[in-house]
Design a protein around this ligand. Structure first.
Ligand SMILES: C[S@@+](CC[C@H](N)C(=O)[O-])C[C@H]1O[C@@H](n2cnc3c(N)ncnc32)[C@H](O)[C@@H]1O
Length: 248
């Protein structure tokens, strides 16, 4: 199996396990307390059934990065068990629409179940890869993501796809793990060589500057790293948030 296929399979295996056993200790923070620690508001925590929060593998809070106007169409990349699609649905209201995309079939099933249990009928969850989004060109107002982009094997393809699906002036707000190790990059130099800690949000991380460069190359403007947080998946990988705009 090629290294990229191996990395992808390790992601599917790990997140199938999370979908089936949300109470299992994977070695990183998750669940209700994790969401609270990232500043998820009480009104969201109260509006979504408690057991859904068990699956929350957020590494930051994309909803802290900008406005989510009522009636907007939001796309969540690597939506996992559907926590952020539910939070987005609370923001955009009944006139809005939320689409979640995830690679792991068991996560897609779980997110669909959770959207229905939470009472939303304007959430669609699609199985797919962020590197070839099953989403129409220029159909999305806001793209969000939480802890998923680092798990993909070609970040340039992912940001090109995000750029394609956003409407002009559309927004990108995401949280992800970044590499804060000293020295030159590990991942863009040898992303094919190691899958050991790929699924745990370590091996696939890029440095802040690398991510910003890829976003600029994809055509985004006003690209910013908004800061880092407490969340760590290894001594050299930390949660960070980013925002960017698709220009005219
Ligand atoms: C760390 S979990 C985060 C899930 C969710 N965003 C949350 O905050 O709870 C990462 C998710 O990204 C998905 N994922 C990883 N690589 C992907 C890819 N290339 N395309 C689509 N989804 C992917 C995984 O299946 C998993 O559900």
């Amino acid at each position: 199996m090629a290294a990229t296929e191996c990395a992808t399979q390790s992601v599917i295996d790990l997140y199938t396990e999370l979908a089936l056993n949300p109470e299992k200790d994977f070695g990183w923070e998750k669940g209700f307390d994790n969401a609270k620690a990232h500043g998820y508001k009480d009104k969201w925590l109260d509006a979504i059934p408690l057991d859904i929060w068990d699956y929350c593998a957020a590494v930051g809070n994309p909803f802290s990065l900008g406005d989510f106007p009522e009636g907007s169409t939001v796309l969540d990349l690597g939506c996992g068990a559907g926590i952020d699609v539910c939070v987005a649905a609370l923001h955009v209201g009944k006139r809005g629409k939320v689409i979640g995309v995830d690679l792991t079939p068991m996560m897609v099933q779980t997110a669909r179940r959770h959207a229905s249990e939470a009472g939303f009928d304007n959430i669609e969850v699609i199985e797919g890869n962020l590197e070839a989004l099953p989403v129409k060109t220029e159909s999305i107002d806001i793209v969000i993501s939480n802890g998923a982009i680092n798990l993909t094997t070609s970040k340039p393809k992912v940001f090109a796809e995000i750029f394609r699906v956003l409407k002009p002036q559309g927004k990108l707000y995401f949280a992800d793990m970044i590499d804060i190790s000293e020295g030159t990059c590990k991942t863009s130099c040898c992303s094919q060589s190691s899958t050991g800690d790929w699924a745990n949000c370590v091996e696939g991380t890029l440095k802040k500057e690398e991510l910003i460069e890829i976003m600029n190359e994809a055509g985004f403007v006003d690209v910013k790293c908004k800061g880092t947080n407490h969340y760590m998946t290894s001594p050299t990988t930390i949660g960070a948030t980013f925002s960017a705009t698709k220009g005219e």
